[in-house]
Design a protein around this ligand. Structure first.
Ligand code: HEM
Length: 390
């Protein structure tokens, strides 16, 4: 997990598309194969949560299916996917995201002010973890005092989806958490119908009048999905960016001196140390690809960090180089119809975060090399950074 690149490099050269008994999935490591799969939703379905549901105890599954709407978008194929994505266009409009910059900067400044005088801090605990969740709460208009509950419910949902081995009682407790979250957020959506506010939830609530058959519960699951898709991933990007820059102090110094380079630096971090380890698909039919035959129904794991270090696409892939001419081709936000809707918001947070951190901590240094926590989203367990406090 700390450095998957040597083994990914070996796979790309020796067996770029192989079946893993350990995870019961076809593992795809080359850029061109990953790209082709992202662009072909007909043959490579996103409906992978059916597997997680099937693995549940029948009693827990019945409880979930009776009360809980499906998570939209990520696990949907057209035409359901197209409909769900349309619901979100207004929320993710470029201007709407850009208008959040002053409020994001305020949050960043407040977090930095909280540890600046200390001379040393774990940035995961004090910065990269709290920032993205606070941004989503502020954007959607979720009450900050409900953060612990919503985070707990959201973790319970993730446990259900990630096939974590659990007893029936544990599964039922997780399903109860997901139902509680759906009910709570649906209540907020209904409130916004009665009393609109200046927030994302109000924009979503407007869709209730515009789209027949849509319920407050459906929209609640949209909010839940945004928290799940946008929190850990952005935490990971912020951590990767700080670590990659501080690993070689020269890189941090360059950004301090030329902050206009930050957008390019962020794209290169997305390529060089991709936050997501992999994305799943299911073969909708038997497919020949990359020299192998993948049977219908088989699961595939597309390893974006591997595709992003493929020398066929990125010359000298192990070199961190924000001046690459094809920076935007990285696979970190996916490609095709499911390409990340929140990429603009993630980039905005990362830019403001790096602008403020390099401005306030120009002589920052890593206290120790951080380790990664295992998981689909790549995380540092901690990120200890020191600086000379004024
Ligand atoms: C650095 C941070 C992020 C990374 C690395 C990331 C990565 C991804 C990737 C790889 C996908 C495609 C999944 C697939 O093809 O199955 C995706 C989809 C998505 N992301 Fe992000 N994401 C990030 C931040 C965010 C944020 C901040 C939000 C919103 C709050 C967000 C919302 C979404 C949504 C709604 C989708 C589903 C799009 C669809 O299925 O059509 N993401 N993201």
């Amino acid at each position: 997990m700390d450095n998957p690149h040597p083994i990914l490099n070996q796979a790309r050269h020796e067996q770029p598309l192989f079946f893993s008994e350990a995870i019961q999935a076809w593992v795809v490591t080359r850029y061109e194969d990953i790209y082709a799969i992202f662009q072909d939703p007909k043959r490579f379905s996103s409906n992978v949560d059916a597997q997680a549901r099937a693995a549940l105890h029948p009693e827990a599954r019945a409880m979930l299916e009776a009360g809980c709407r499906k998570l939209p978008l990520l696990f949907e194929d057209p035409p359901d996917h197209t409909r769900s994505r349309n619901i979100l266009t207004r929320l993710f409009a470029r201007d709407a995201i850009a208008s959040m910059e002053p409020r994001i900067r305020e949050l960043v400044e407040r977090l930095v002010a909280g540890f600046l005088a200390q001379g040393e801090a774990d940035l995961v605990q004090h910065f990269t973890y709290p920032l993205p969740i606070q941004v989503i709460f502020m954007w959607m208009g979720l009450p900050m005092e409900k953060m612990d509950d919503i985070r707990r419910w959201s973790n319970e949902l993730m446990r259900l989806l990630s096939l974590t081995p659990m007893t029936l009682e544990e599964q039922k407790a997780c399903v109860s958490g997901v139902l509680a979250m759906q009910d709570y957020v649906a209540g907020l959506v209904r409130e916004r119908v009665e009393q609109p506010r200046e927030d994302g939830m109000t924009l979503l609530a407007q869709r209730l009048r515009e789209e027949a058959g849509l319920s407050a519960e459906d929209l609640a699951m949209v909010v839940v999905m945004l928290i799940a898709a946008g929190h850990d991933t952005t935490t990971s990007l912020l951590g990767m960016a700080v670590r990659v820059l501080l690993e070689q102090p020269e890189r941090w110094r360059q950004v301090c001196e030329a902050p206009h380079l930050i957008p390019q630096v962020i794209e290169e971090v997305m390529r060089y140390d991709t936050p997501i380890l992999g994305t799943s698909r299911v073969a909708a039919e038997t497919v020949a690809l990359g020299g192998v035959t993948i049977p219908a129904g088989a699961r595939l794991l597309l390893l974006q960090p591997s595709g992003n270090r493929d020398a066929q696409r990125f010359p000298e892939p192990d070199r961190f180089d924000p001046s690459r001419t094809n920076l935007g081709q990285h696979l970190g936000f996916g490609k095709g119809i499911h390409v990340c809707l929140g990429a603009g918001l993630a980039r905005l947070q990362a830019r403001v975060a790096l602008e403020e951190l390099t401005r306030r901590l120009p002589n920052a240094r890593l206290v120790e090399l951080p380790h990664h926590v295992p998981g689909v989203v790549r995380h540092h367990a901690s990120l200890r950074v020191a600086w000379d406090a004024a």
